[in-house]
Design a protein around this ligand. Structure first.
Ligand code: IVH
Length: 707
């Protein structure tokens, strides 16, 4: 718990001050450079207030830190497209989930559960990933992961690190003759604990930026525009994977990593090959026991199916491989005081209670908010305002309240009463929806829909967010400003208003450029950014609508299936009108179930939502969805598998077909292009024959898609 500055020693104050300053600097960077703040203004203000309180008590801290707070240089790195995307990993949070992973892999491969399966286990390093490209055995580029598809070009920085007087990075400039012509090595850049402490001590002495944890320090050190600064930081590297390879030097995960080691890359000595889930769990414990003394941050153990042929069969789901998982270490915990419970209203009206905490450092990050999820969770915890609570933070997950320290409860603490009215000005009634099982759900929702200003603002924030319309210069802060703009004719109350803003500004006597925080240039830039987004891809557009349960991946599936906006709109409106055929068609899409179709129906039944969409569409040019891998002979085709398959499991066949751009449906209709029938095929085969749909065997299918 943070103490009153009065009762804190100068050393404690210095430590807390530097942690806070680093955190604020990071939020400044997210806000100013990425336009993607991760905390609310109120939370940000609380951090600042705490920093200022410390500075009032210890004025020397202010002088030392003045250069460390504020926006970092805003220069940019060149972008590098990854020829093979850099993916992330799914998580297993418990031993049971780790064992589940092994079972899931076997099921996918249709192996009996007792069948031995070789899986490697290795430390998950908490750093940042890097992709190194060698052409003709010479290093030609180094890139960060970025969003996985495109990273930043840090070649000059890596070369500078390699040329440092006492290099720690261990990346070879050239590869031996047996390395393939094109070789991409991937791994983690990190900073050891001792180097991290020394770096922060030096920064404190020279008034430089203090880093909150080794990962931030590694990222901040690598992403320096001045390569000489990078070269002065003792960054290290472990190779654990690869991207494009013109030939494969080995056919197992371990074989590949051993090859990298032979080629001169540092590899982790704790990597092992296991034969069973028991082995994996045992190796996990070995690594976990070494965690306190290993000298660098680990956040778990990564398991990977060893055989690369099996990896290829297993493939990927969304952005993570099916053949690997990260078994995370238990979260870090801390105890602090719960000062208040604030109710936030989300984009879809869900009321989320947020614990406002006395700021505390957990795992190197200052935490002042934690989610309490919903009213049931508050009741389950019986958490009361003024209680001391245990909070935990696991990886990038939002901090959570895990329990209450009852011994420290005050006798006056009373149970929290969840509001029955929305905190917005309208005080709309809060409803609890029934779940599909017919019981009251845990989520309480404001019934005001777009009449509720909270919902509208959150909806607008979602609309302009990075993965939606991504309008530069129109972030959460600006949305909040325009929503309640003092000049009524310049307000943004719904998405279409964004696209009429320039016109309205031209007609207005009072101009946006005259408001505080705006200027001629920034307004011109804002209008240019808005104009640029007038043309938008269908998938971004559908995602931006903010329909419940329609995330980025779902929006992509819906967009690709529809092709063009009018087609999507027609089918959505038909579903809303209760048309069973339209419903069945959407449900036949991969990853689309009742939740999504129900939400689409609900959205398009609402007159306010439909009118809002109509006004928006009138302002835009919505580009048709890209058809996936047009080169594939089955792209865009609807296929149905029936009967038993002999060369692969049903899941595998489905995943493969989808990766080639086909739609896999569960039932045969006149829209089906192809039925793949194995032994034992029954009514689906009959329907296909009756409808004249093309039928082929598994062998013919494999020949068609290239084996
Ligand atoms: S494998 C396709 N192995 O974890 C799988 N990742 O959560 C690619 N990481 O972005 C990742 N140690 O930055 C792998 N031994 C390890 C790792 C590791 C750390 C990081 C990596 C990745 C993130 C995914």
């Amino acid at each position: 718990m943070a103490r009153e500055p009065a009762s804190i020693t100068p050393l404690e104050a210095q430590i807390e001050h530097s942690t806070l300053a680093a955190e604020i600097a990071e939020h400044d960077r997210r806000y100013h450079q990425e336009d993607a703040p991760t905390i609310t203004d109120a939370e940000y203000d609380a951090l600042r207030r705490r920093l200022e309180a410390l500075e009032v008590q210890f004025p020397h801290l202010k002088a030392a830190a003045s250069t460390s707070v504020g926006a970092a240089p805003s220069g940019k790195f060149a972008k590098v497209k990854h020829r093979i995307p850099m993916l992330s990993l799914g998580n297993a949070m418990s031993e049971a989930e780790a064992r589940d992973f092994v079972e899931r892999v076997k099921r996918f491969l249709d192996w009996p559960s007792e069948h031995a399966l070789a899986i490697t286990a290795e430390p998950k390093i908490d750093g940042l990933s890097l992709s190194l490209r060698y052409e003709d055995r010479r290093l030609v580029s180094a890139a960060t992961r970025g969003d996985g598809a495109e990273g930043e070009d840090v070649t000059a920085n890596i070369r500078a690190l390699m040329a440092a007087p006492d290099p720690t990075i261990g990346i070879p400039a050239g590869l031996p003759a047996d390395a393939p012509d094109i070789t991409e090595i991937r791994g983690e850049v990190y900073l050891g604990h001792a180097d991290f402490a020394a770096l922060n001590a030096k920064q404190a002495e020279t008034g430089g930026k203090i880093f909150a944890n080794p990962r931030n320090a590694a990222a901040g050190s690598l992403r320096q525009l001045d390569a000489n600064i990078t070269a002065s930081r003792p960054l290290r590297f472990f190779a654990y994977g690869w991207g494009e390879m013109s030939a494969m030097p080995a056919m197992t995960q371990l074989g590949m990593v051993d090859t990298f080691k032979r080629w001169g890359f540092p590899t982790n000595p704790l990597m092992a090959r296991c034969e069973s889930a028991d082995d994996l769990v045992a190796h996990y414990s070995i690594i976990e026991r070494q965690r306190p003394t290993i000298g660098y941050d680990l956040d778990g153990v990564v398991y990977k199916v060893d055989d690369l042929t099996l990896q290829a069969r297993l493939g990927f789901v969304a952005r993570a491989p099916r053949w690997a998982i990260a078994h995370k270490f238990a979260a870090e915990k801390a105890v602090t005081r719960l000062n208040a419970i604030e109710i936030q209203v989300g984009r879809t009206g869900a009321l989320t209670p947020v614990a406002k905490l006395e700021p505390i450092t957990v795992g190197g990050v200052v935490v002042s908010n934690a989610t309490l999820h919903n009213a049931d969770e508050i009741a389950r915890l019986d958490v009361r305002i003024g209680d001391f609570v245990t909070i935990q933070r696991a990886g990038d997950v939002i901090p959570q309240v895990v329990d209450v320290v009852l011994e420290r409860r005050s006798s006056e603490a009373v149970p929290f009463e969840f509001p029955t009215l929305c905190p917005c000005a309208l005080k709309t009634a809060v409803i609890r929806e029934a779940t599909s099982a017919g019981v009251e759900g845990a989520v309480r929702r404001c019934s005001g829909e777009f009449a509720c200003p909270h919902q509208r603002i959150e909806h607008l924030k979602h609309f302009v967010s990075r993965r939606a319309f991504d309008i530069e210069g129109l972030g959460e802060k600006q949305i909040a400003f325009f929503y309640d703009c003092p000049v009524e004719t310049l307000r943004i109350r719904e998405p279409a208003d964004i696209f009429t803003l320039q016109r309205r500004n031209a007609e207005s006597l009072q101009k946006i450029e005259n408001f505080e925080g705006f200027g001629k240039t920034s307004v011109a830039k804002l209008f240019a950014a808005i104009e640029e987004r007038r043309s938008i891809s269908l998938e971004r557009f559908i995602f931006a609508l903010g329909i419940r349960h329609v995330g980025e991946t779902t929006a992509k599936v819906l967009a690709r299936a529809a092709g063009e906006w009018p087609d999507f709109e027609v089918s959505a409106r038909r579903i809303a009108a209760g048309d069973p055929e339209a419903l069945a068609e959407m449900q036949a899409l991969d990853q689309i179930g009742d939740a999504v179709t129900g939400a689409v129906a609900e959205f398009f039944t609402r007159a306010d939502a439909v009118a809002m969409v109509d006004r928006l569409v009138a302002e835009l040019d919505i580009k048709p969805a890209e058809k996936p891998s047009a080169a594939s002979p089955v792209a865009g085709k609807t296929v149905v598998f029936t009967g038993s398959l002999e060369r692969m499991t049903r899941d595998e066949a489905k995943a493969r077909a989808e990766s080639l751009g086909a739609k896999v449906a569960g039932s045969v209709s006149k829209k089906t292009d192809l039925v793949i029938a194995g032994p034992g095929a029954g009514s689906k085969l009959e329907t296909a024959t009756a409808l004249g749909v093309k039928v082929m065997s598994e062998e013919e299918w494999l020949a068609l898609i290239g084996g």
